[in-house]
Design a binder for this molecule. Structure first.
Ligand SMILES: *Cc1c(COP(=O)(O)O)cnc(C)c1O
Length: 455
């Protein structure tokens, strides 16, 4: 046994800027539309819930946006994050491919999500905001924002989907520990919540309902804004610290990736690791393949349509040009809760439409098998979301073996799975299954969509 290799950067190498791919994309993304007027969204449409700096970042074409010192100082608690060469995993797969992974599980909340939560809390604080609301499913995003708010002395109110609130209490306790108030959604604090409870007092809730509650609370409370953990351009932007660090770390090894792989929910960690490398494709003639991996039970990238759709189930958000299965699509309940989202960010959607990135869908049993192989060689038990990337890494490593090619693969280890042991428990108990969706199940929400195609 020779241990896998850890490649570290010093604090001074932490990126100074976020990388904004909107400066370099061959085709710009289409503008989001105001559903009332069907005209492009104006900044004033968003000021009730977002600070001006984030609204600016949403549409900025500047290639580099400086990371504020206050944000970099908090990043230094866990960044630069380590890059590993997965030597033991390579041996197990008996592949000629070199496999590297960027480990984002070292953050306080255990995933990449604090990279944007810290920045969002800071920009809100700078503009005099006193508190933030948000929603959370299994709790990854809620815990990241709770931690970030505490760093800047902001109040944090998290609407947590009722069924997760009851079944997964540990993430809730984590949020409470960082000072956040966690409310089971639907709740009687908002009109949206009260309406649902009237119809069904025992409603298990959904992410869509929780978003509606958090947005309503922010829009109607003075000094309170709303924060989103994926999908929006500014969220993807903040995650680019991941790829920028990986570029420096790989330089130290002399390798450059042929393939980059990341799990895909709304696109933030995928964007974070791939966008800084895509700049080499756009500007320096490189040809890195970037593969987004989604669950076969929620295949918006591989089976969805590129069209305008709402970001939430209730239809409160602007219309976003994206690959979607329809905002009323309800995916089967798999354990990778962070990937159960009907749509995808506008920038990633445009890149996919232009064939500048690729997508792949994987069933959950293949994912858990992959995650267990990885844990047994590399030691880290990864989040169910992350197992999707590892399953794709195995597919590519096997292809390299058949072709006899010396490929370099980099993947984003988006988070650890130490709060998801019940998922592994269900896998070992044989309770997990694959989900083959019929065309009826896949396309019924899309059929109901009256919104325009994005062309
Ligand atoms: C939230 C989450 C994801 C998916 O979200 P993206 O915005 O697509 O990155 C993936 N992995 C982990 C560990 C997560 O918490």
């Amino acid at each position: 046994m020779s241990a896998s290799k850890k490649i570290l950067l010093g604090e001074s190498e932490l990126p100074q800027n976020y990388y904004n791919i909107q400066a370099d994309m061959p085709n710009p993304m289409l503008p989001p539309l105001n559903p009332g007027t069907m005209q492009p969204v104006k900044p004033e449409d968003l000021t009730a819930i977002f600070p001006m700096e984030l609204i600016k970042q949403e549409v900025s074409k500047e290639r580099y946006i400086e990371i504020p010192d206050e944000v970099r100082n908090i990043y230094k608690m866990y960044r630069p994050s380590p890059l590993y060469r997965a030597i033991e995993f390579e041996k197990l797969l008996d592949t000629p491919a070199k496999i590297y992974y960027k480990y984002e599980g070292v953050s306080p909340a255990g995933s990449h999500k604090p990279n944007t939560a810290i920045a969002q809390a800071f920009y809100n604080k700078m503009e005099g905001v006193k508190g933030l609301t948000t929603e959370t499913g299994a709790g990854q995003w809620g815990s990241a924002l709770s931690f970030a708010c505490k760093q800047f002395d902001l109040k944090c109110e998290v609407y947590m989907v009722r069924i997760s609130y009851d079944q997964k209490p540990y993430r809730k306790v984590m949020m409470n520990t960082w000072g956040a108030e966690v409310i089971a959604s639907p709740s009687n604090r908002t009109n949206s919540g009260r309406k649902i409870l009237e119809q069904d007092p025992n409603s298990p809730g959904s992410l869509g309902i929780a978003i509606s509650e958090a947005v309503e609370k922010a829009a109607t409370t003075e000094g309170v804004n709303y924060a989103l953990g994926s999908v929006l351009n500014h969220v993807l932007l903040h995650q680019t610290v991941i790829g920028q660090e990986a570029i420096k770390q790989l330089e130290m090894t002399g390798d450059f990736p042929d393939i980059i792989i990341a799990p895909f929910g709304g696109g933030s960690n995928f964007a974070g690791i791939t966008f800084p490398f895509l700049r080499y494709n756009f500007q320096e003639g490189k040809n890195v393949r970037c593969i987004a991996v989604e669950p076969a039970s929620c295949p918006k990238l591989t089976k969805g349509e590129f069209r305008y759709d709402f970001g939430d189930t209730m239809g409160f958000t602007p219309l976003i040009p994206m690959y979607t299965l329809g905002h009323t699509f309800v995916p089967p309940s798999i354990h990778a809760g962070g990937l159960r989202y009907h749509g995808a960010g506008a920038i990633v959607s445009q890149l996919l439409k232009d064939k500048l990135i690729e997508a792949s869908a994987v069933q959950q049993l293949e994912c858990f098998e992959a995650g267990i192989k990885f844990a047994q060689t590399e030691g880290i038990i990864v989040a169910p979301e992350t197992t999707h990337a590892i399953a794709q890494v195995i597919r590519e490593a096997e292809k390299a073996k058949i072709e006899g090619k010396q490929k370099t693969i980099l993947f984003n280890l988006s988070g650890h799975g130490y709060f998801d042991m019940s998922a592994y428990q269900d896998y070992f108990a044989g309770k997990l299954q694959d989900h083959e969706l019929t065309n009826e199940q896949l396309y019924s929400a899309l059929k109901e969509l009256k919104t325009p195609l994005a062309v």
